[in-house]
Design a protein around this ligand. Structure first.
Ligand SMILES: NC(=O)C1=CN([C@@H]2O[C@H](COP(=O)(O)OP(=O)(O)OC[C@H]3O[C@@H](n4cnc5c(N)ncnc54)[C@H](OP(=O)(O)O)[C@@H]3O)[C@@H](O)[C@H]2O)C=CC1
Ligand SMILES: CC1=C(/C=C/C(C)=C/C=C/C(C)=C/C=O)C(C)(C)CCC1
Length: 313
């Protein structure tokens, strides 16, 4: 367990991707400031994390089973911990709306929205009693600006943004900080595999024109964007570490400067038309020409607006 003076950091979704890198990075902190509780649904999937943590495993890293969709599992895990900080996870969903069942959509909300809320609800009373704590929620740029064919995933992230906006105000009086991390594309195995799977799949229920836009235009651009400007899970972990260690952590933390202008565009026009038209032009007219390289993204997202991100360096 944690030594006195060590912060206990609870991280969900540590079997892969961003959660795994965050757990390993914080557990290997040179000054040993953190005791990390790395959680995952199935502890049989612990090997990659154990390997990434090296010597820290068993010292500054311990493991616990946790399914954010289960009240019992969340309670059982939290019951064993004294001091708590929370990061949250996701599952993805992309494709034409007509081809996605309500059941699949519910699963996304159950994990991304109610999973986050369930975790926060469980740790909040202790944090309020202690008058201190830091809740770090993994949102996404898609929680601020939706991206075509990501309707349901973006809706789940928008929900969490609204939830945290009001919570942050309420918790201010209790000295509890809420921080949202807003990554753009991150190159995880999961993401690339999901895009490849979706490419092969039929889209039952969707009309041919929509399927063409989705597969031949959106997916190609999305793959290019992931390859050209996607960050690594390690870069996101570094950003999160900076947010944890900041003396006054920000509420919203974009991690990829190339996405700040896209978010700024949204706030520049309260009618929302500017974003709708700009995204339409970027994808359907400019997309096939520009091929979404880093240069194209820099050109599209005019440099002067690219500041105020939390940089991984
Ligand atoms: N990758 C990207 O491009 C971006 C990701 N994000 C956000 O970052 C976060 C992590 O994503 P990423 O690392 O890419 O994804 P991964 O798919 O690599 O990791 C997701 C993790 O969530 C876990 N998980 C899934 N369902 C549950 C559940 N019910 N209870 C507990 N754990 C669960 C999985 O573990 P297991 O299946 O072993 O239980 C897995 O470890 C998400 O919130 C995502 O929305 C934000 C912006 C971009
Ligand atoms: C910027 C941009 C695009 C794609 C953005 C993507 C693919 C973002 C992915 C973000 C992720 C994966 C967030 C996870 O939470 C389009 C629509 C192709 C064209 C217009 C410009």
């Amino acid at each position: 367990m944690a030594n006195p003076g060590q912060k206990v950091v609870l991280i969900t979704g540590c079997s892969s991707g961003i959660g795994l890198r965050m757990a390993a990075m914080l557990a290997k902190d040179k000054k040993k400031r953190y005791h990390v509780i790395g959680t995952m649904r199935d502890l049989k999937r612990k090997d990659k994390l154990v390997e990434a943590a090296g010597d820290a495993y068993g010292k500054t890293l311990s493991l616990a089973a946790l399914d954010v969709c289960s009240d019992e599992s969340v309670k059982a895990c939290i019951d064993g911990i004294k001091d708590r900080q929370v990061d949250v996870l996701r599952i993805g969903l992309v494709g034409p709306l007509e081809s996605i069942s309500i059941e699949e959509m519910r699963k996304v909300f159950e994990t991304n929205v109610f999973g986050v809320i369930r975790m926060i609800k469980e740790v909040l009373p202790d944090m309020k009693k202690r008058k201190g704590g830091h809740i770090i929620v993994m949102s996404s740029v898609m929680g601020l600006q939706s991206v075509v064919f990501n309707d349901v995933y973006a809706a789940s992230k928008f929900a969490i943004e609204g939830f945290c906006e009001s919570l942050a105000v309420q918790l201010f009086a209790f000295n509890i900080t809420v921080s949202l991390i807003e990554p753009g594309p991150v190159r995880t195995d999961f993401e690339l595999k999901m895009i490849e799977d979706v490419k092969q799949r039929d889209c039952p229920g969707a009309d041919p024109e929509t399927v063409h836009f989705f597969k031949d235009i959106y997916l190609l651009s999305a793959i290019n964007i992931f390859e050209a400007v996607g960050q690594t899970p390690d870069q996101i972990a570094k950003c999160v570490k900076k947010v944890i260690e900041a003396s006054t952590p920000r509420f919203r933390n974009l991690t990829n400067p190339l996405y700040t202008p896209i978010v700024a565009l949204k706030y520049a026009d309260e009618t929302g038309d500017l974003s709708v038209h700009a995204f339409y032009q970027m994808l359907y007219n400019l997309g096939p020409v520009l091929n979404f390289s880093v240069i194209a993204m820099k050109f599209l997202t005019c440099g002067c607006l690219r500041n105020r991100t939390v940089s991984p360096n």
